[in-house]
Write a protein that binds this ligand. Structure first.
Ligand SMILES: [Zn+2]
Length: 199
């Protein structure tokens, strides 16, 4: 297992059929997750195309995230977290923390996305795709209103993702420490990940 330090991000190459296991080491830690085609950063796992494909606003075990050409890109092949994930909320950024009353800089998933790709020598588009927010709990009420509630994922909960194309996956251990995104304690934690290469 490799640790992803609290508040940081990483980019990971996965060949087709490779799997990535993300472990919520301490529980309740949200992990913003993106997937880009390894040979074309303009093709990425798309929330809105996935809503159309699954007929739901979120994903669960057995679902596939599709890319901007509606081609399957990433499958959820294992999940011991309680199955609550979010596909609606944009990654946090400096503006969001300013709105929450933070006057100066605050670590954020948007900057983690760009830093992780830069460290991997990948130049992404200047916009951040809608992430799959693993372990994030965003209930949608009948009237369409949404909330942010503490995750149900316990310590050691795992999600296993299988690449259905050659992709670069970016993970960000969300640095949110004001809203209850990462639990009522609002304490960002490290997570762990493993890459299982296809035989
Ligand atoms: Zn975040």
């Amino acid at each position: 297992m490799t640790e992803l330090a609290a508040r940081t991000g990483v980019a990971i190459h996965l060949a087709t059929k490779d799997e990535l296991v993300v472990t919520n080491t301490y529980g309740q830690q949200v992990v913003d997750t993106w997937a880009l085609a390894a040979d074309d950063v303009s093709r990425f796992a798309s929330a809105s195309h996935t809503w159309m494909s699954t007929g739901r606003l979120t994903v669960r075990l057995g679902d596939e995230l599709v890319d901007t050409t509606r081609t399957p890109m990433l499958a959820i092949v294992g999940d011991t977290s309680g199955g609550r994930h979010d596909l609606l909320i944009p990654s946090c950024d400096v503006v969001r923390y300013r709105q929450l009353g933070v006057p100066g800089y605050h670590d954020n998933c948007r900057d983690n996305y760009f830093a992780a790709l830069s460290a991997a020598d990948i130049e992404p588009l200047p916009v951040v795709p809608q992430p799959l927010n693993l372990f994030m709990r965003v209930p949608v009420a009948a009237d369409g209103s949404i909330g942010i509630e503490p995750p149900v994922a316990g310590p050691g909960a795992q999600v296993r993702l299988r690449a259905l194309q050659d992709v670069v996956v970016v993970l960000s251990a969300c640095p949110q420490d004001i809203a209850p995104t990462n639990g009522l304690g609002a304490t960002p934690r490290p997570v762990e990940y493993d890459v299982v290469r296809a035989p």
